[in-house]
Design a protein around this ligand. Structure first.
Ligand code: NI
Length: 170
């Protein structure tokens, strides 16, 4: 397994729309395992392949407090969502040190393939539902800061660019 570098907002590659996985083979499983290792190492609750510059529809997540319940979603499709919305603070490994309140559907149902390529259905609510929607946005080239006002988003963008310049200089 290997730790993968994570693209940071506003990297234009985060805007790419990911393509479906044709076959869940060993290459896809290796990607899944590397993404899980990277997510756990960074203490994230979810990671989309887009964030590691692989533009395929693959998501890993773990919203358990024990960090021992990995969920793998390959080619996820949203099949139902509650009308009810809920607000929660979201963060993202591609936008470090930034937490903002975002509205999401309280409950969602997703159909996907697992690490073995078997179809399954996930009924998600609470943090898990937030995570599913956040990560599926990544696959469509959308980062959560895009839900914010242009002013707030520009401020985050400026801060991230400054941070990137400082990292480069260091
Ligand atoms: Ni994210």
């Amino acid at each position: 397994m290997a730790l993968l570098p994570i693209l940071k907002y506003p990297d234009p590659r985060l805007r790419e729309v990911a393509k479906p996985v044709a076959v869940v083979d060993d290459g896809v499983r290796r990607l899944v395992d590397d993404m899980l290792e990277t997510m756990y190492a960074q203490e994230g609750v979810g990671l989309a392949a887009t964030q590691v510059d692989v533009h395929r529809r693959v998501i890993v997540m773990d919203t358990s407090s024990e960090r021992n319940r990995p969920v793998v979603l390959i080619n996820p499709q949203l099949t139902a969502r509650s009308e009810e919305l809920g607000f929660s603070e979201e963060g993202c490994l591609s936008v470090p040190a930034t937490f903002e309140r975002i509205a999401r559907h309280e409950r969602v149902t997703v159909q996907a393939l697992d690490r073995e390529g078997q179809p399954f259905e996930l009924q998600a609510e609470g943090l898990s539902a937030v995570c599913v929607q956040h990560e599926m946005d990544h696959l469509d080239g959308k980062v959560f800061v895009e839900y914010l006002s242009p002013l707030k988003r520009d401020r985050i963008r400026t801060r991230m660019l400054k941070r990137a310049r400082e990292t480069q200089r260091a």
